[in-house]
Write a protein that binds this ligand. Structure first.
Ligand code: ADP
Length: 488
């Protein structure tokens, strides 16, 4: 900013002097000299920027064993990394090489760790950068930095005698937001374009193969051009850890700490609902600090308890539910799951009350074989499952909550589809000729029937819902088999 003001003032003075008839040529010469010096320093700054030696590319020591939980993410990632490990096969079979993997999920869940472990697993050098490093006021600097990063990756791999490099870009949404939506859009667009150019230019027969891994917690902001085949081909979701994963993470971060034999990590995992891996690491660290302050030789359970409070109060977690709310979520999800098993036996594959993305809980249903057509009974079953959550809340807790708004939207949409597809009591209809009142009434009729059925079914299986909710409060995540056992 200061530079802009100085340049502006200098120019102003020159013009003023010129108007007054002063000879400004010597001054102009001086200014040109200054500009040259400034640009010289500037380009060297572009080249090395503010990067430390560590980010210039090196081997990593983190392995997948050092990451607790995240089994799905790890498996998906390892599967994708086969592409990097078997370049000959890829080429022989004519498979399009994998160029980019996008890791999405809340902060502190281990995305950076996964990228480092991937570098270790594939014997690649690791370079990291953050999306914000590429955002500069000067046009072209961001693009230049992207070029530089890829150049550095190749150099670093050669220096280490390796044939592959992983470039990790954190907060990619900052530089790869949808194009044309920023104020200084030109600069952003150039940077993103440069990234796409670099990725398009990567080949399997390069002497250094590069894999770009990017992380974001706002996948919705990413420019779709980045997700096209041949760019970020894979997206791996990295969620907040559930109870078992939290225990695994706690075990990892207490490996090197003296624990009192009475410390119950399982209990701590239970009490840290909604914590990310980074929060859990802080809990372990804070507990150790508290023990040190008391000059205790071992870390005790109460140190952990105090540490949890400290981490909780220190930074408000996105979503920390109190026990009553958590029980409501458990009851709600149990309602979905029990109805799911009753109307579509064998369909529930897992149920959880650990928050995923925007949802407080989730029932995963085994995907049907690609359904193109849906029958009336299938549609009715889907509506019943959607209404099961709020019905369970009514049954066990006496009243509903706002948590069901999404379910209702979904149920409404299915019912509307039924009406327009000629599957309602109206018979075949023409959508345009249908008055909104009639449409509304017919949808309500369908939903009311479904509601009645769901209420009846749940009342019959009240005990199963209750037991399932209680089991969820203990374990957070349960497999579908458990639901089936309770319903049976
Ligand atoms: P992200 O990149 O998703 O924001 P990081 O990978 O930078 O998160 O994690 C920050 C720190 O939190 C790590 O250095 C580690 O100490 C801890 N951590 C996060 N997730 C895990 C995990 N799954 N297992 C072990 N430690 C974790």
């Amino acid at each position: 900013m200061l530079k802009e003001i100085a340049v502006g003032m200098g120019l102003g003075t020159l013009i003023f002097l010129a108007i007054r008839g002063v000879d400004i040529w010597p001054l102009l010469l001086l200014a040109a000299l200054g500009l040259l010096l400034f640009l010289g320093g500037f380009t060297s700054r572009i080249q090395w920027g503010s990067r430390s030696r560590a980010t210039l590319g090196s081997r990593t020591t983190v392995s997948f064993q050092d990451i607790g939980g995240q089994d799905t993410a790890k498996n998906e990632l390892i599967e994708a990394l086969e592409f990097v490990l078997r370049p000959q096969d890829i080429e022989r079979l004519g498979i399009r090489p994998l160029k980019g993997i996008l890791l999405t999920g809340p902060p502190g869940t281990g995305k950076t760790l996964l990228a480092k472990a991937a570098a270790n697993y594939t014997d690649s050098v690791f370079l990291s950068a953050s999306g914000s490093e590429f955002v500069e006021m000067y046009a072209g600097v961001g693009a230049q930095r992207v070029r530089q990063l890829f150049h550095e990756a190749r150099q670093a791999a050669r220096r280490e005698g390796l044939t592959s490099a992983i470039i990790f870009i954190d907060e990619i949404e900052v530089m790869a937001g949808r194009r044309g939506q920023h104020h200084s859009h030109l600069e952003y667009d150039q940077t993103l374009n440069q990234l796409l150019v670099e990725m398009d230019g990567m080949n399997t027969d390069d002497d250094v193969r590069i894999l770009v891994m990017a992380a974001t917690n706002r996948a919705d902001l990413i420019d779709p051009a980045l997700l096209r085949p041949g760019r970020f081909d894979r997206t791996v979701r990295v969620d907040l850890p559930d109870r078992a994963a939290r225990k695994a993470i706690l075990m990892l971060h207490t490996r090197n700490k003296p624990l009192d034999p009475a410390v119950d990590l399982d209990r701590i995992a239970q009490e840290t609902f909604g914590f990310s891996g980074a929060h859990l690491e802080s809990v372990c660290n804070e507990a150790a600090i508290l023990a040190m302050r008391e000059a205790a030789s071992r870390i005790r359970q109460e140190h952990f308890k105090a540490a949890i409070d400290k981490v909780l109060l220190g930074e408000r977690l996105n979503r920390h539910l109190n026990r009553d709310e958590l029980y409501r979520v458990a009851v709600h999800e149990s309602g979905h799951a029990v109805i799911g098993e009753l109307v579509k036996p064998g369909s529930v594959s897992s149920i959880t009350i650990a928050p995923r993305g925007m949802a407080l809980g989730f029932v995963r249903q085994a995907p049907d074989d690609d359904r193109v057509l849906e029958t009336v009974s299938e549609l009715k079953a889907d509506i019943a499952v959607a209404l099961g959550g709020s019905a369970a809340e009514r049954l066990l807790l006496g009243e509903q909550s706002t948590g069901a708004a999404n379910d209702f939207e979904k149920a409404w949409e299915i019912a509307r589809r039924m009406v327009t597809a000629g599957l309602s009591s109206l018979g075949v209809v023409q959508e345009e000729a249908l008055s909104p009142e009639v449409l509304y009434k017919t949808i309500q009729e369908i939903l009311r029937d479904s509601q009645e059925l769901v209420d009846e079914l749940l009342a019959e299986h009240r005990e199963a819902v209750q037991l399932l909710a209680a089991r969820l409060m203990e374990s957070e995540t349960l497999p579908g088999d458990e639901v089936r056992r309770l319903v049976a």
